[in-house]
Structures are given as structure tokens and as C-alpha cells.
Design a protein around this ligand. Structure first.
Ligand SMILES: [Zn+2]
Ligand SMILES: [Zn+2]
Length: 160
């Protein structure tokens, strides 16, 4: 639909509105992306991530740990019969390794990707927005069917 979408309002009072440029407006990125705060159950090592939430438990994705209901209990501990571990049984957890959900490649912050100009010690959150999985990038099948595997395609993992 390329019809003119500008509706001219004939208001009696003269309202000065800045007109939004149509079409390709440049998206200005505001500072940094919000930091994802994950929490780990100290009893079973289950990790709560706001990126994922627990939709099957009625917790929509995007729910911060701080916003969990008072009745929240660790789903794994409950399942394994360890009792009801509430939010008190969790502590903030900062992952240092991330796995590509597509190919299993692991980005290790300690290692970085020096051959791609990413220094050792570079936080995953600090990777450029156009960072893509280097392994998937080399796989024509994945590129063809899934496109570029960007940061969003990675999951934090808890391995030593
Ligand atoms: Zn647990
Ligand atoms: Zn990959």
C-alpha cells in the first residue's frame, strides 16, 4: 500500500507538530542494551532467565526475577522433591559462556574470538549487535534456512 497515509487534521487551533519523516528513519540506538539478570537456584543450579521466563508456569518471558510473585518456587527443586525453594534460594548468576542454539558453538568470554578481533575477556553483552555465530556463518545450510545467527540465538550456559 503506497497510498498517502498522511491524514490532515483540520483542527481549529493551530497545532504545531513536528512531522515524522516517513520511510527509512534512522534507528538511533539508545546507549546500551539492558543487562539481563539471571538467577541461579543454589540447590539445583537451575537458572532463571528473564529472557525465557517460565511460560508453562504462567510467567511470561521478560519477567525480571525481582518481579516474580512471592509464591514463586524453583520448578526443578519442586520436581525433584527437594521441597519448595523460593526466590530466597537463588542468587544472581553471571554467565561467562554462551552456546549457539543452532550449532552448539560456545562463546567463552575468557577466550573471546581474537581471530575475529574480539579480545579475550569481552563480555557477551558487549559484543557488537551484528555479532554472529562464526560457525553458523560458515555453514551454508544454516545461513540459507535460518539466516544469520545473531546474539539472540545464543543461550547462557552453566559450565566450568
Ligand atoms: Zn532449584
Ligand atoms: Zn552457531
Amino acid at each position: 500500500m503506497a497510498k498517502t497515509a498522511v491524514k490532515v487534521k483540520k483542527a481549529s487551533s493551530s497545532v504545531k507538530r513536528s512531522i515524522q519523516p516517513k520511510g527509512k528513519a534512522k534507528k538511533t540506538r539508545v546507549a546500551k542494551a539492558p543487562v539481563v539478570r539471571r538467577y541461579k537456584c543454589l540447590y539445583c543450579n537451575y537458572i532463571y532467565s528473564p529472557l525465557r521466563g517460565e511460560p508453562h508456569n504462567g510467567i511470561p518471558e521478560g519477567t525480571e526475577f525481582d518481579d516474580l510473585p512471592d509464591t514463586y518456587v524453583c520448578p526443578i527443586c519442586g520436581y525433584e522433591g527437594k521441597g519448595k525453594i523460593g526466590t530466597w534460594g537463588f542468587e544472581e548468576w553471571k554467565p561467562t559462556k554462551y552456546i549457539c542454539s543452532m550449532c552448539g558453538y560456545i562463546y567463552d568470554e575468557a577466550r573471546g574470538e581474537p581471530h575475529h578481533g574480539i579480545k579475550p575477556g569481552t563480555k557477551f553483552d558487549d559484543l557488537p549487535d551484528d555479532y554472529r555465530c562464526p560457525v553458523c556463518a560458515l555453514d551454508p545450510k544454516i545461513t540459507k534456512f535460518f539466516g544469520k545467527v545473531l546474539k539472540q540465538g545464543f543461550d547462557a550456559i552453566d559450565v566450568v
